[in-house]
Design a binder for this molecule. Structure first.
Ligand code: GTP
Ligand code: SPV
Ligand code: MN
Length: 583
């Protein structure tokens, strides 16, 4: 297979000349191709087959120990004008970036096969879908892209018809962290990534294309590309509300998107549309509609058990690629909090020794097709997406942020999103558990200046009277002993129900300086082991702490200088004033 599109053929020829692969393979996305690559990687040792009886068609990949997470310090946005990338991104001039990274690509694929992966982000016949080509020398990337995207012949046909696509070039290189870069050229719709084989660094359709490049395109075209799950919540009468939630990496999106309602919530059902990325467009009636550009999940493994997330637990029992989990003596995958089995070998393949830390890497991941998901929504392939009733921001905060609150209006909601902070997790290289600002959970993923991004968010108010309501949640409040105050997981449905009732104007709320909060008794606590006192703590706000928080948000926003929209500043002042009055 080759292509009829000369712009594509020329680029492939150019890349081949630079990287000098031994072979070139155009991926057609077939099952046979997937199987062939899997078998080839089993022979080369890139993949280890897992216990075929209990985990049929499941494989383990062990990354290089220096290559187990996204590397934000090596991720660049390369725009002509530095200010367009903003203080939220590392910047390099396009000329310098190309020069630097092309030198590393020189002969990088010698002795290897170069794979051409045509992919479609979004339902293949959706007007909202976007196309891309990833060129890589990693068969691991090919099989992951097969599970994560609509990949192969159909995507190539659409690319040839439309003539436009995002160009992504990737090589695992020599995995030397000194020679690792992930560069984005939004003005050229291109990505170059070298030196890492891991998830968000290497599967270029995901964070690089569907968030960093797409957010840039979305701004110029009037839509939004967000780090959000999309979930459908069906009430006992069969009415479904769709909710989009932005939580930072490893802060609960996959789990909420696949929520299993607890027994007390008779008649409620939850449907997954997406677990990581949402593209939001305004339809003719002024409603925001969401599609999930992805077709699979690259999810956090540790913590997954039959109690926390039975859907995910079952979903990854077949046809799954595991990355950096541990294994048991009988070759089952194992991870912390699996609640069954014992580890024999850790994620690096060493004999398990607790002295070496956790058995599974804290950022170990599963890759599965979304069709494995028992709660996969029948509308996940709908070309027009689903209408969104509520946008929910959230973070991982031991203290301060209450279980749930609602923004007074869209503008205030944009401030709530801009003010999100969260404790860092193992999803990115660096310290874990440090609170940092992560506006809209997009800090590592917004492909342009946050000041312009907030202005773009604010601009939606002028375009529609039917925007979703905006909320903020925090599942991670702790008591003094470090125990979570809220049980989380399936029980989060109780909070989603309050959110839906607010959207339907079926329940009142209490005004507070930071927004609207549930009145006592309005969150269903039936059969829940949470005392009234704990509930009080979860729904309390500490005025003094919040005053400090608003100072900190203010300082952060000031960093955006004259790119910061005035309206955001006014909203900030309004909360500051309200806190002062209450204090
Ligand atoms: P990315 O894929 O990195 O974007 O992450 P994500 O937001 O999809 O996170 P995920 O749902 O995989 O959750 C990450 C971790 O948070 C897992 O270890 C979960 O067990 C834990 N977690 C998820 N939901 C809850 C919750 O409601 N309460 C508590 N305490 N932990 C949760
Ligand atoms: C995240 O870190 O937010 C992820 C995993 O979803 S990765 O694909 O590696 O970015
Ligand atoms: Mn993510």
């Amino acid at each position: 297979m080759t292509t009829t599109l000369s712009a594509l053929q020329d680029w492939v020829d150019q890349v081949a000349k630079l990287t000098q692969p031994e072979d070139i393979h155009w991926c057609n996305g077939s099952e046979a191709e997937y199987k062939r690559l899997i078998n080839q990687m089993c022979r080369s040792g890139d993949l280890i087959p897992l216990n075929e009886d209990d985990y049929p068609n499941c494989y383990l990949h062990r990354s290089d120990p220096s290559d187990v997470a996204r590397v934000e310090h090596l991720t660049y946005i390369c725009t002509r004008n530095e200010a367009d990338a903003g203080p939220n991104n590392h910047w390099m001039s396009p000329a310098d970036a190309h020069r630097k990274i092309d030198a590393l690509f020189e002969a990088a694929m010698q002795g290897r096969t170069m794979y051409i992966i045509p992919y479609c982000m979004g339902p293949i016949d959706s007007p909202y879908a976007r196309l891309g080509i990833e060129i890589t020398d990693s068969p691991y990337v090919v099989v992951n892209m097969k599970l994560m995207t609509r990949m192969g012949a159909k995507a190539l046909r659409r690319i040839e018809k439309e003539g436009t696509f995002v160009k992504g070039l990737h090589s695992t290189g020599d995995l030397d962290p000194q020679r690792r870069f992930i560069m984005h050229f939004p003005e050229e719709l291109s990505i170059k990534s070298i030196g890492s084989g891991y998830g968000g660094n290497a599967l270029l359709g995901k964070k690089c294309h569907a968030l960093r490049i797409a957010s840039w395109q979305a701004r110029t075209e009037g839509w939004l590309a967000e780090h959000m799950l999309i979930v459908g919540v069906e009430n006992p009468d069969g009415v479904i509300h769709y909710i989009a939630c932005a939580f930072p990496s490893a802060c609960g999106k996959t789990n909420l998107a696949m929520l299993v309602p607890p027994e007390s919530q008779q008649g409620w059902k939850v449907w997954t549309l997406g677990d990581d990325i949402a593209w939001l467009h305004m339809d003719e009636g002024g409603k925001l509609r969401a599609i999930n550009p992805e077709a699979g999940y690259f999810g956090v493994v540790p913590g997954t058990n039959t109690k926390s997330n039975k859907n995910a637990y079952d979903m990854i029992k077949h046809d799954t690629i595991f990355t950096n989990v541990a294994t048991t003596a009988d070759n089952l995958p194992w991870w912390e909090d699996k609640k069954t089995g014992t580890p024999a070998f850790d994620w690096q393949g060493r004999k398990y020794d607790p002295e070496n830390g956790p058995a599974a890497h804290p950022n170990s991941r599963f890759t599965v097709s979304a069709t494995n998901n028992p709660s996969y929504s029948s509308l996940a392939d709908a070309p027009a997406g689903v209408p969104i009733s509520a946008v929910v921001f959230g973070g991982r905060r031991k203290e301060l942020a209450p279980l749930v609150y609602e923004a007074r209006n869209w503008r205030h909601g944009v401030l709530v999103g801009a003010g999100v902070a969260s404790e860092t997790t193992a999803a990115a290289a660096g310290a874990v558990g440090v609170v940092r600002r992560d506006p809209m959970a997009m800090s590592p993923f917004c492909g342009y200046n946050f000041g312009d991004y907030w202005a773009h968010w604010l601009s939606f108010e002028q375009r529609s009277k039917h925007l979703p309501k905006i909320f903020h949640v925090n599942w991670f409040r702790q008591d003094k002993a470090g125990k979570f105050l809220w049980p989380g997981f399936g029980e989060n449905l109780r909070v989603l129900r309050w959110i839906i009732e607010r959207c339907d104007n079926k329940v009142g709320a209490k005004e507070t300086p930071i927004g609207l909060m549930p009145n006592a008794g309005d969150i269903d606590l039936k059969d829940l082991d949470v005392s009234e006192e704990t509930m009080g703590a979860l729904l309390s706000i500490d005025i003094e702490q919040w005053q400090q928080e608003m100072d900190s948000i203010g300082e952060y926003l000031e960093g955006y200088g004259d790119r910061l929209p005035d309206e955001l500043w006014q909203e900030h002042q309004q909360v500051v004033d309200a806190l002062k009055q209450a204090g």
